[in-house]
Design a protein around this ligand. Structure first.
Ligand code: MG
Length: 388
């Protein structure tokens, strides 16, 4: 068994929405396809994945470094000992040849997309959903669904944001969601609190509403918000300051007291180690949001989880960033605390096909083999272009 071709395609995200720091209208995602010499129903078996949402595509890095390394590797260097599956950890080593440690930027997402495509391939080789392949590989049984919350509440440039926010959350509620997350930090504190109170009315209580500052705040601003948020007993207060300012995270936890969430912009096990050492994250309370697609893939992600568990944290505290099918399979396969859902945003990658809903705020993957990206209608035009 060997890889015969690897393709990548830059796909733009749809929608003009913003959080406290970035507008997503210019954002792109790398969709990748790994072709093999295995033939199923007259066609080569292809592994598909992408590098999650929220950064930019990495076409240059993929074409110049990581795709050539995989294509040049002897087939046995990418396979398990018995040759019946791709070995993602070995492939990761091949891709990272000649790369220095540290500085985990866009390369972590480029490698993540390719590594995840090998998990899609392994699942398709067994003709099963990826959550089962992932669970088996790590000695587990896939969960029967995971808790999701509707992540939205972005800023819409030039519109009445409070009214729009209420309408948006009402729409999610009608779709069956009972927990929500909205953005803060893109307006003044008083405007943001108006938004939070409008959202609370829809959520029916603080435990159903999280807020996300997207790394915007310095310590004084973070604590100013914390003082007003604290009495509301929110679900969590997310990415309050710069994701690599672990001291700030610790001081916010001390000053705020409620649950915080962070980690979506930590792309390596080494960064997570520093968060555990210096960030003040509390066992059994605070939330870790590292995202395999932005962080070298599932091999690195499970190393992060192992580090957390060795330090006394529970995998139920892991809620990956990125409300899409790949993370749904990962959260289900690894028995994580939950994951995001993007019911209204980030097409064509965000959200789940209708067959995934099980009600009560739970979703689970369908029976489609692999990550099931072929079943996501919004992705079909991009897949046609990539596979043509
Ligand atoms: Mg976030």
């Amino acid at each position: 068994m060997r890889i015969t071709d690897i393709r990548e395609l830059t796909v733009p995200l749809e929608g003009n929405i913003a959080n406290a720091l970035v507008n997503f209208s210019e954002h792109t995602v790398s969709l990748v396809a790994v072709f093999t010499d295995v033939v199923r129903q007259g066609k080569p078996l292809v592994g598909l994945a992408f590098d999650s949402i929220g950064r930019f595509a990495q076409g240059g890095l993929l074409r110049e470094r990581f795709i050539p390394r995989l294509l040049a590797a002897p087939p046995a260097d990418l396979l398990t000992d018995d040759g019946t599956a791709f070995d993602a950890a070995r492939a990761l080593k091949v891709m990272m040849r000649n790369e220095k440690p540290g500085g985990h930027g866009d390369r972590a997402a480029a490698v993540g997309a390719l590594e995840l495509a090998l998990w899609d391939l392994n699942a398709k080789l067994r003709d099963e959903p990826a959550c089962h392949t992932i669970a088996r590989h790590f000695g587990r049984t896939a969960a029967d669904g995971v808790h999701v919350y509707a992540a939205g509440g972005y800023y819409y440039p030039g519109e009445d944001n409070v009214r729009r926010l209420s309408d948006e959350l009402a729409g999610y509620r009608d779709q069956g969601f009972s927990a929500f997350k909205i953005k803060i930090g893109g307006a003044s504190l008083s405007q943001d609190m108006e938004r939070v109170h409008a959202a609370l009315e829809m959520a029916g209580g603080g435990s159903n509403l999280a807020v996300d500052a997207n790394g915007r705040f310095d310590l004084p601003t973070a604590l100013e918000y914390a003082e007003q948020l604290k009495p509301l007993e929110l679900r969590w207060y997310e990415e309050v300051g710069d994701p690599l300012d672990f001291e700030l995270n610790r001081l916010v936890i001390e000053g705020y007291g409620g649950r915080v969430a962070t980690g979506e912009n930590l792309f390596s096990t080494a960064d997570v180690r520093n968060l555990l050492r210096f960030g003040g994250m509390r066992r059994g309370i605070d939330v870790f949001q590292m995202d395999a697609g932005l962080a070298y893939g599932l091999t690195e992600y499970t190393n992060m989880l192992a580090l957390m568990e060795a330090a006394g944290y529970d995998r139920a505290q892991a809620h990956p960033h990125g409300g899409h099918l790949i993370n749904l399979h990962i959260a289900t396969g690894l028995g994580l605390g939950g994951c995001e859902a993007y019911p209204g945003v980030f097409q064509p990658f965000g959200g789940y096909p209708p067959g995934c809903a099980v009600g009560g705020g739970l979703v689970r993957p369908t029976d489609a083999p692999g990550f099931g990206l072929e079943a996501k209608q919004e992705l079909a035009p991009s897949l046609r272009q990539l596979l043509a």
